[in-house]
Design a protein around this ligand. Structure first.
Ligand SMILES: Nc1ncnc2c1ncn2[C@@H]1O[C@H](COP(=O)(O)OP(=O)(O)O)[C@@H](O)[C@H]1O
Ligand SMILES: [Mg+2]
Length: 372
């Protein structure tokens, strides 16, 4: 048994993430609806217990941190109710940054250039957001990311932007003071001039380079894949893991959500069939990702909404869920409850006996008095 445990694969929890005290950026990603928001919220709640300060950022345009915590969030970090060190914010990575608006103010030359570099506007606002967040000095930042395709594009931004900026720099060298001339021609002030713009772009470039380096450092950054035990999700996860490898971004945790357990399915043929179907894909996950931490979360009869629900469901991220374990616990609780009940009953019966005894004594004394 002990040997079996030693031979067994990586532990089936995300405790490894909680123990990695240097981690600064944690991405949580996967297909829509699999449980990314639920998992990133639970992870943030767990991290808040072991780290000084935690920031949870949703970059999914279909935000739902607000639904998960039953609290409204905006694009600035807000303290999550019931915590002293957990903050959350929702940002829209597709919104144009102020920088771009300023660039647009410079005339068509620069906006044409921006158009020539696809994704540069998104990259800029992502970079701006990272710069902002980096200056805020949180111990760890958890990203509830957009569905797969979008996430990968987000992680690609640093290199997209680096390329784009490189192109602009070389154009600047080629055309010398052309931008200045153009902007003077259109009456733009010095704040829109070439040097001001280039200074700003250089600033963003250095943030991007820094972040790029951090994202590729497995001590600082990791990506947690969330999925469900079905063919499409397995396939998507494999694609995601390969892309992450290509970007040199560490990933070694997979959360399989909405798992049905045999013990919970005894009543229904349909559920039993789904348990078998799920098990087939769970086995494949284990085969494909031998050295990953693979964490299973049970499918609940209800949604996971509100801080309390998140907290209690989060237990399954640190202790593998076992339906029979749960049953034993319930049995234990029932026994404890029954013992308490019996003790109360015994105490009340004892009190009644005492009452009856004193009543009896009184009656006897009365009788004695009457007789005397
Ligand atoms: N294991 C689960 N059992 C039951 N409901 C779940 C489970 N995990 C997530 N949910 C619910 O499913 C819905 C989608 O989950 P969510 O975390 O918002 O997914 P995503 O962010 O990937 O779109 C939410 O209403 C959530 O409360
Ligand atoms: Mg979500």
């Amino acid at each position: 048994m002990a040997e079996e445990e030693e031979l067994s694969m990586a532990e089936a929890t995300i405790v490894n993430v909680l123990e990695q005290k240097e981690l600064k950026w944690i991405f949580v990603g996967g297909k829509g609806g699999v449980g990314k928001t639920t998992c990133s919220c639970m992870l943030a709640v767990l991290l808040a217990r072991v780290r000084k300060s935690v920031l949870l950022i949703s970059t999914d345009p279909a935000h739902n941190l607000s639904d998960a915590f039953s609290q409204k969030f905006t694009k600035t970090p807000t303290l999550v109710q019931g915590f002293s060190n957990l903050f959350a914010m929702e940002v829209d990575p597709t919104v144009e940054s102020d920088n771009l608006e300023q660039m647009e103010g410079m005339g068509s030359f620069v906006s044409e250039l921006a158009n020539a570099i696809p994704g540069v506007d998104e990259a800029m606002s992502f970079a701006e957001m990272l710069k902002l967040v980096q200056n805020m000095d949180y111990s760890v930042i958890v990203f509830d990311t957009a569905p797969t395709g979008h996430t990968l594009r987000l992680l690609q931004f640093p290199s997209t932007l680096e390329k784009g900026l490189g192109k602009m720099m070389s154009l600047r060298n080629k055309f010398g003071g052309l931008i200045n001339q153009v902007s003077r021609m259109f009456g733009a002030g010095e704040e829109f001039g070439e040097n001001a713009l280039m200074g700003k772009l250089e600033g963003i470039k250095s943030v991007i380079e820094q972040v790029n380096e951090q994202f590729r450092d497995p001590d600082l950054t990791t990506f947690i894949c969330v999925c469900i035990p079905e063919f499409l999700s397995l396939y998507e996860t494999e694609r995601l893991v390969q892309e992450l490898a290509r970007f040199e971004i560490d990933t070694h945790n997979i959360i399989i959500n909405q798992v049905l357990f045999e013990e919970d399915a005894v009543e229904s043929k349909l559920l039993q069939a789904r348990v078998r179907m799920q098990q087939k894909y769970i086995d494949q996950f284990h085969e494909l990702y031998e050295d990953f931490h693979i964490v299973k979360l049970p499918l609940l009869p209800e949604e996971v909404r509100g801080t309390e629900a998140l907290k209690s469901f989060a237990v399954n991220l640190t202790t593998p869920y076992r339906p029979e374990g749960g049953e034993a616990e319930t049995k234990d609780l029932l026994t404890k409850g029954r013992i308490q009940e019996l003790e109360t009953e015994k105490a009340s019966l004892q009190a009644q006996v005492l009452d009856l005894q004193s009543e009896l004594e009184k009656q006897r004394k009365g009788k004695d008095l009457a007789n005397s």
